[in-house]
Design a protein around this ligand. Structure first.
Ligand code: GLP
Length: 256
């Protein structure tokens, strides 16, 4: 696991965008996993600034979607991904996939989503944020570490966190579809971005705590190519920050 501590959300955005664009230009990233929430917004802003035509050739798969919101609802992840990712990055809308939270048969929609990821060749890089509960995607605490795309029930804490996007807490749906932890672990590499003190505990548990379904982000310790890119506040509960900074500042030339 690589832990990179940078000075600001802008720096995090630039770092992640450069990494993604380099992978796309070299055809190492043909399928990008995209995340919602506020954390990846600086990454999308930097990608939009630096975008090249190569981005229009990639496929994208979103992590999750609310169940029961029409696609036209501004907070449905269909709408959010279209607004924040597809349009500003110049992606081909036909290649951008979001789980179908409005499906009549949710179980079938989840199975089809898994099939579509495999048919696209698998996710090359999965961009992630992390919830204050330690969730990645919408895999709340006690999610099966082997789970696949499925319906989940949001915790009260997550519904309260996301109330800022809705009229109030009671408007946040109770259910969602999310890629499972097993699905996320199948991505060839994962890049988690987190900013702010509110994420410090979830980040510390994920990087330095035991691997536990109580902090689903901790499963990334088992991923061979996982990178956390943090600001100082999000890194503030880590114990080995000096070591992470030393590793980053002294990385060999070929890793730069
Ligand atoms: C959201 C998303 C997650 C995201 C997390 C954190 O609800 N489903 O993919 O990582 O919660 O959100 P934010 O970045 O806004 O703090």
């Amino acid at each position: 696991m690589q832990v990179i501590i940078l000075d600001s959300a802008d720096e995090i955005g630039n770092y992640a965008a450069d990494l993604i664009l380099r992978g796309v230009e070299r055809s190492q990233i043909n399928v990008l996993g995209v995340a919602t929430g506020s954390s990846p917004l600086p990454v999308y802003a930097a990608l939009a600034r630096k975008r090249t035509d190569a981005l229009s050739r990639i496929s994208a798969f979103a992590l999750d979607e609310y169940v029961g919101l029409p696609y036209t609802h501004p907070q449905s992840y269909h709408a959010v991904i279209h607004r924040e990712v597809t349009v500003p990055l110049g992606l081909d809308p036909a290649r951008v996939h979001v789980p179908d939270g409005a499906a009549d048969d949710i179980e079938q929609a989840c199975a089809e989503y898994e099939t579509a990821i495999v048919a696209a060749g698998g996710i090359d890089l999965q961009l992630l944020g992390i919830g204050t509960t330690g969730h990645i995607g919408f895999n709340e605490p006690t999610s099966s570490l082997a789970s696949r795309t499925r319906i989940k029930t949001l915790t009260p804490a997550t519904r309260a966190d996301n109330a800022r996007f809705f009229g109030g807490p009671e408007d946040v749906p109770h259910h969602c579809i999310t890629q499972g932890l097993g699905t996320i672990m199948d991505a060839k590499s994962v890049l988690l971005v987190a900013q702010g003190a509110g994420k410090a505990h979830a980040v510390a548990q994920s990087i330095e705590g035991p691997v536990s379904s109580m902090f689903p982000g901790s499963l990334l310790q088992m991923h061979p190519r996982a990178t956390f890119v943090l600001d100082a506040e999000a890194a503030s509960e880590l114990t080995l920050t000096d070591y992470y900074r030393f590793v980053y500042e002294n990385r060999p030339e070929w890793q730069r």
